[in-house]
Ligand binder design. Structure first.
Ligand SMILES: *Cc1c(COP(=O)(O)O)cnc(C)c1O
Length: 370
């Protein structure tokens, strides 16, 4: 699904030098590489503050901790996402309220958010799934009307942007109260291990996030609030500093693969290619097709026989997972999510796919449906 080895080999000298510098200077924690990356990434995103942390799950947790929510406050999340989004809500003793997604965009349905709002609702967590922003214009309107916080999970959408009807354009993660991302190796901007970050435009929240990520410490050995230990180490920051130079190029490579797939599947009635929301710049963390539920597993088997990787993100809705049986949703409640889990299949998409590989994959799929 990804080819991290060849991506590395193309920029090996600069990556190796950056890592070696951390080792030579023994600057493993909070080295100059970290501050440099936070600053450059904030510029790239055009967001005031980027605070790096240990991974994307921590980023969500820290962002939510910064909002002073109370036990049993309700947090609205999509049921069609990676488990991390809901997990941290439950871990913080808040109540995850799982809602359905839009069948075209795969992202949280604004109408479903509105229906789920109660007096206890405090926060909405849109997930920019597969590399495309959720319907931010409507979600932002709902959040302001009901005075709700918004934390954007932009783990899959580094480099994506969204343009509002007034022409204002923002990076994924830069529109909410806080935004979060992950630098897991296979993400669009991946490091060589675990990493994550929190974004905010608020100076006050930025200070609070820094404090929480560093044991709630305001000065050395002065602990204001209960925090966690969540850091991005210097070696990861050094890798990200180099890879940031290629992010625009990497995004374009993914978009080109997506365009080639789109064209190849144009006349196949059984295939629905990923929908592009107007005003939203899709960065294709995944290229996800919808096919008839009856064909999906056969297609996956057929592809594996042809040595073509494919993945189902996500095979099981969050509300039907054993760990989340207590949240008051039963199978049948979220019909769009449930149907998508049976219909979706993601194809290889990354920065190193050759035209030949894309043709081989596309032709195999076209053959399957002919
Ligand atoms: C990857 C991912 C996360 C978690 O990131 P980690 O760095 O693996 O903790 C959270 N949300 C979504 C949507 C993700 O895809």
């Amino acid at each position: 699904m990804v080819d991290l080895k060849n991506q590395y080999l193309k920029i090996k000298p600069v990556i190796d030098a950056a890592i070696q510098e951390c080792i030579d200077t023994s600057s493993f924690i909070k080295g100059p590489q970290l501050g440099r990356f936070e600053k450059r990434f904030a510029n790239y995103l055009n967001v005031r503050h980027v605070i790096a942390c240990a991974n994307g799950t921590d980023a969500l947790q820290i962002a939510m901790m910064a909002l002073d929510l109370q036990p049993d406050d309700e947090v609205i999340v999509p049921a069609f996402t990676y488990v991390a989004t809901a997990e941290v809500i439950a871990l913080l003793r808040l109540k995850p309220v799982m809602v359905d997604v839009d069948p075209q965009t795969f992202t949280i349905s604004p109408a479903a958010i509105e229906q789920a709002i109660t007096a206890k609702t405090k926060l909405v967590v849109p997930v920019h799934l597969f590399g495309q922003c959720a319907d931010m214009e409507r979600i932002e309107t709902i959040c302001s009307a009901h005075d709700l916080f918004m934390v954007e999970d932009a783990a899959q959408a580094v480099g994506a942007s969204y343009t509002f009807s007034n022409g204002h354009k923002y990076s994924a993660g830069a529109m909410g109260t806080l935004g979060t991302t992950s630098f897991f190796p296979s993400k669009n901007l991946g490091c060589f291990g675990d990493g994550g970050a929190i974004y905010t435009t608020s100076d006050v929240l930025a200070e609070k996030v820094k404090m929480i990520a560093n044991h709630g410490q305001i000065r050395k050995y002065e602990h204001e609030i209960i925090g966690v230990n969540s850091r991005l180490d210097s070696i990861q920051a050094a890798v990200l500093n180099e890879k940031l130079n290629y992010l625009t190029e990497y995004t374009q490579a993914r978009q080109q693969v997506a365009a080639a797939y789109d064209e190849a599947f144009e006349n196949i009635e059984a295939i629905e290619v990923p929908y592009r929301m107007p005003g939203s710049d899709h960065v294709f963390h995944q290229y996800t097709l919808k096919v008839p539920a009856a064909e999906r597993d056969n297609l996956q088997l057929y592809l594996s026989q042809k040595k073509i990787p494919s993945m189902v993100y996500y095979p099981k809705p969050l509300h039907s997972q054993k760990a989340y049986q207590t949240i008051g949703r039963v199978v049948g409640d979220l019909s769009v999510t449930e149907a998508l889990c049976k219909r979706v299949i993601s194809l290889p998409i990354h920065t190193e796919l050759s035209d030949e590989q894309v043709s081989y994959i596309s032709e195999a799929i076209v053959d399957f449906f002919s």
